[in-house]
Every structure is written in C-alpha cells, then in structure tokens.
Ligand binder design. Structure first.
Ligand SMILES: [Zn+2]
Length: 113
C-alpha cells in the first residue's frame, strides 16, 4: 500500500497550513477518507507518528471521517451506495457505474496552538 507516501503528503499539507497560520504546534487533524482508497486509519496514524517526528505536527491527534462509496448509474443516472460486492443499480439493475464519492483523501481542518 502507498500509505507512507500518502502520509508524507498529508504532513506537508498540514505543515504548510500551520506555517501560514503562524502556529507553534499542530494538535489535531481532521481527515476525510473514501472507502475506495483502502487506507487504514491505524496505519496512517502509525506512519504519521513516524514522519512527523521533529516537526510542529508531532503528537497531533488524527480524526478520521469515512466517506462511503457512491456510484452514478451509467444507464439511468441514479446515484446509490453500492453493497459490499454487489454494484447493481437499485433502480434499473445495471452493473457498476461512475464513482462519484469514495476516492477522496483530504485534510478537512487542523487545530493549532
Ligand atoms: Zn440505473
């Protein structure tokens, strides 16, 4: 998994915001993670503790908001949250669809001191 590079990117975004805010320390980071990213909270926290050492973000608490997968049916345009392995449109039973949510990985907000 690409979680180390994802976490390094996350840290650089956070540090950039912290610097712009003139913050001494980052205390909390709110994240949105889509279900399709396959990203596991614990491993992000694990890598974060590692890469944030000796930065103003060391010791920050990560809070995760999980975004479910949403698809838009290519046949009828309906939007729906698919079941685990059953990506069938509930309206017309077409298979699959365009992913409209579930791939995001973003920093929602940070708290600083
Ligand atoms: Zn449909």
């Amino acid at each position: 998994m690409h979680e180390l590079s994802v976490t390094q990117h996350l840290l650089s975004v956070v540090l950039e915001h912290a610097e712009q805010a003139g913050a001494q320390r980052v205390t909390r980071i709110d994240l949105r993670i889509g279900a399709l990213t396959g990203i596991v909270d614990e491993s992000i926290q694990f890598y974060f503790d590692f890469v944030s050492r000796d930065t103003p973000a060391a010791g920050a608490r990560l809070a995760f908001a999980h975004v479910p997968v949403r698809l838009r049916c290519r046949q009828c345009g309906a939007e729906f949250e698919p079941q685990e392995r059953d990506w069938l449109c509930p309206d017309c039973s077409a298979t699959g669809g365009e992913v409209v949510a579930g791939r995001e990985f973003s920093v929602e907000s940070i708290e600083v001191e």
